[in-house]
Write a protein that binds this ligand. Structure first.
Ligand code: S3P
Length: 436
């Protein structure tokens, strides 16, 4: 991968593309496959770096992991994890490490988890605290709350845990640990977060109950349930589809269709927001695949208007605010994004990076502790933007550069391959000028 990539003002983008496999479901299919007894065959697996790290972890915990062909993987689980020979390196993947820690905590084993420089900066107590209450032990390698950490698992007790923020990673870690705990485990969420773990646990034969709980939700799972391997079809990732669709919305004359996009309503907050901004977004060929609703999403160049994004929508589009902000720079008026303090603890401080990047490209942006506001207008571009090795920051600015007045370059774009290895090729095939 080159040291930088540059996106140039481009003519209209046209054509059809296929969304890469969903990252959240890809992690889960490998982890549940490794925890289960018997064979799990996965189709459409995202072969990004984050997922390959989880596949290596599944093998290190004792599952037989084979790649059968493009996106086709076979996992033979042993019905439990064994103590791995080496440190589990989760690379850049917050979802990978947090879910794997939850899964590992349920077994009488020890495992040390580590990651790259970015993952080592991210908070881990949000999962180790509830897992600790269940009886797992954590020994921090350096500073508390940060990787590396050694987990000693087994003999867990179910808990009743109320989350303060709706985090699917935390919920999932607790549920995966709860599978092998004594008694029942309850996770209370203030708002629903993505429910792929609940759906996939059911597909692997476990019973999970989801019920309203005051203004939020409660997820209940009885301990001691066994998982059985199954077939998993991973649909396209709406978080990745967002990039070519965004380019079509902001480059005049464009018309792009991304096929096979997962339409789980807990993931499509960005599409709702774009529609409120006046985006010409249509969904065709709706069908069900892998237990999820899927469709082909078409975006055409649109005159966008700024909106106030409802804070309650944050969980359903938490990874999409960077690309929303890039499109908001081309809208008329202000787009207000609040209640998204969680963005600061993703692969980078995404509020900071978007504020700096958009300002460097000539957009007017106000930063707040838990959000930011983008005022739309002509976007000058002509900047080299820091990405802090964050894939979504890099892709968001490259998309912006396709519609700016002058080229936009991003530093350190190699991390794009964590979630979207075919991004540059796909954008070029659609007519976007991105090159090193
Ligand atoms: C994910 C949950 C989200 C999201 C991440 C993937 C998941 O994180 O940002 O990219 O697969 O569960 P939080 O649950 O911490 O919000």
């Amino acid at each position: 991968m080159p040291q930088s990539l540059t996106a140039r003002p481009s003519g209209p983008l046209h054509g059809r593309a296929r969304a890469p496999g969903d990252k959240s479901m890809s992690h889960r299919s490998l982890i549940l496959g490794a925890m289960a007894e018997g064979v799990t065959e996965i189709e459409g697996l995202l072969e990004g770096h984050d997922i390959l790290a989880t596949a290596r972890a599944a093998a290190a915990f004792g599952a037989k992991v084979e790649r059968l062909g493009e996106g086709r993987w076979r996992i033979e689980g042993r019905g439990g994890f064994q103590t791995p020979a080496d440190v589990i390196d989760c690379g850049n993947a917050g979802t990978g490490v947090r879910l794997l820690m939850g899964a590992a905590a349920g077994y009488p084993i020890q495992a040390t988890f580590d990651g790259d420089a970015s993952l080592r900066k991210r908070p881990m107590k949000r999962v180790t605290a509830p897992l600790g209450l269940m009886g797992a032990r954590f020994d921090w390698g350096g500073s508390e709350d940060r990787l590396p950490v050694r987990v000693s698992g087994g003999a867990l007790q179910g808990i009743d845990y109320a989350q303060t923020v709706a985090s699917a990673q935390v919920k999932s870690a607790i549920l995966l640990a709860g599978l092998n705990a004594r008694g029942e485990t309850f996770v209370r969420e203030p708002e629903k977060s993505r429910d792929h773990t609940e759906r996939m646990l059911t597909a692997f034969g476990a019973e999970v109950k989801v019920e309203p709980d005051g203004d939020g939700w409660i997820i209940r799972l009885a301990g001691g349930q066994r998982l059985t391997g199954t077939a998993v079809a991973v649909p396209g990732d709406p978080s990745s589809a967002a990039f070519p669709l965004a380019a079509a919305l902001i480059v005049p004359g464009s018309d792009v269709t991304v096929e096979g996009v997962m339409l789980n309503p807990l993931r499509t907050g960005l599409f709702d927001t774009w529609r409120e901004m006046g985006a010409d977004l249509t969904i065709s060929n709706r069908r069900t695949s892998g237990g999820e609703e899927v469709g082909d999403v078409t975006a055409r160049h649109s005159a966008l208007t700024g909106v106030i994004v409802p804070e309650g929508r944050a969980a359903s589009m938490i990874d999409e605010y960077p690309i929303l902000a890039a499109t908001a720079a081309f809208a008329e008026g202000r787009t207000v994004m609040r209640g998204v303090g969680e963005m600061r603890v993703k692969e980078s401080d995404r509020i900071r990076l978007m504020v700096d990047g958009l300002r460097a490209c000539g957009a007017a942006v106000d930063e707040e502790p838990d959000g930011f506001t983008v005022a739309g207008g002509p976007v000058a571009g002509g900047a080299v933007v820091d990405t802090a090795h964050d894939h979504r920051i890099a892709m968001s600015h490259l998309v912006l550069g396709l519609a700016a007045e002058a080229p936009v370059s991003v530093r350190d774009p190699e991390m794009i391959a964590t979630s979207f290895p075919g991004f540059v090729r796909m954008m070029r095939e659609l007519g976007g000028e991105i090159a090193s």
